[in-house]
Ligand binder design. Structure first.
Ligand code: ZN
Length: 342
């Protein structure tokens, strides 16, 4: 089968179109004919390499996958050949205590498509049947691929970790990113007031179109703007994933008792925090990683009801994976960059 693979870490140029063996499936596996695969910032980390996180080469990236069921294993009953499906991006053992309790993102064996196992930059991908979910409503393959990882992540951050309640104020950092554009919609659907940040006036306008009540540029001291918009108080919840470049201003944007939840640090992992400010104002700093599979089902239900929609920036053919990576790396996008696989 045709696939875009990594044989080494490096810049976008190391993504190479190659011939790879079609995956063999076991009794509880499904072979999916990939139709679309959305990019995440994770794809850039996988390509560039992260200290202490080795991957086996050749490697097929891509965590957000949609397509058609091509073949099912003998024990598979939840889907059949021809079904239009998307894949839950996290694969867990299904047998350990966290898995049984529904906290599959705490499973010691938790892996992601495109990170530890082969992903969707290919004509076919093998998936455990429990990760294969029918595409809700009439979403296209490109739209369906734009959903799983970011909506799952944003849902878990806002509801499970930050315990967002209706009428609260939420600051979504980088509302034009994949996870940011998901967070704006989820927080609005939950009845919160949303302030989004972005790097340009054009992106601020798009964030508002998506439902943000207010939008501020995040280049400088945006905490001042946030305070102004909240009558001097600050927000209940800050939705972080940018890290070093925004961290201090994000913390300053919280009201006393506020919660900052973070799922990433695309501009750097190191930042300072004033401990006096942290305890004096009784702030909470919450880490979040992926989400529970049941939360993906909940998010998909809101797609069925028309309360959430995929945000697609660009669709490029698989062969142009390197260009897709450049677009994401240069932060040119608003929403998801998607590869289509024909
Ligand atoms: Zn497990």
């Amino acid at each position: 089968m045709k696939a875009v693979i990594l044989s080494q870490h490096g810049g976008p140029e190391v993504l190479r179109l190659a011939e790879m063996p079609e995956p063999a499936i076991g009794d509880r596996d499904v072979l999916v004919r990939v139709r679309a695969c959305a990019l995440n910032h994770l794809d850039l980390f996988v390509r560039g390499g992260l200290p202490g996180r080795s991957i086996a080469f050749p490697h097929i990236p891509g965590s957000d996958i949609s397509g058609e069921v091509a073949k099912v294993g003998a024990a598979v009953t939840n889907v059949k050949a021809g079904d239009r499906v998307l894949l839950a991006p996290g694969v867990s053992c299904g047998q350990c205590e966290p898995c049984i309790a529904g906290h599959d993102n705490f499973c010691a064996d938790y892996v992601l498509f495109g990170r530890q196992i082969h992903g969707g930059y290919a004509e076919f991908v093998r998936s455990p049947s429990v990760n294969v979910i029918p595409i809700p409503g009439n979403l296209s393959f490109e739209e369906a691929a734009a959903v799983p990882l970011v909506f799952l992540t944003a849902w878990h951050m806002l509801f499970n970790r930050a315990r967002l309640r209706p009428a609260e104020n939420v600051l979504v950092i980088a509302g034009g990113s994949g996870v940011g554009s998901a967070a704006i919609q989820i927080a609005k659907a939950a009845g919160a007031r949303v302030i989004a940040t972005a790097s340009s006036e054009a992106k601020l306008a798009k964030a508002k179109q998506l439902g943000a009540d207010d939008a501020v540029l995040h280049g400088g001291e945006f905490a001042r703007d946030v305070k102004k918009l909240t009558g001097g108080k600050g927000v209940d919840v800050v939705f972080e994933h940018v890290g070093a470049a925004t961290w201090e201003q994000s913390v300053f944007s919280l009201k006393p008792g506020g919660r900052l939840v973070t799922c990433g640090a695309t501009t750097g992992f190191e930042s300072k925090i004033n401990i006096n400010y942290l305890f004096g104002r009784q702030l909470s700093i919450l880490g979040s990683f992926m989400g529970e599979k049941s939360e993906l089902f909940a998010a998909l239900e809101l797609f069925k009801r028309g309360l959430l929609k995929p945000v697609i920036d660009t669709v490029l053919p698989l062969e142009r994976a390197a260009d897709a990576h450049r677009r994401l790396e240069n932060r040119e996008q608003f929403g998801k960059v998607v590869l289509s696989v024909s």
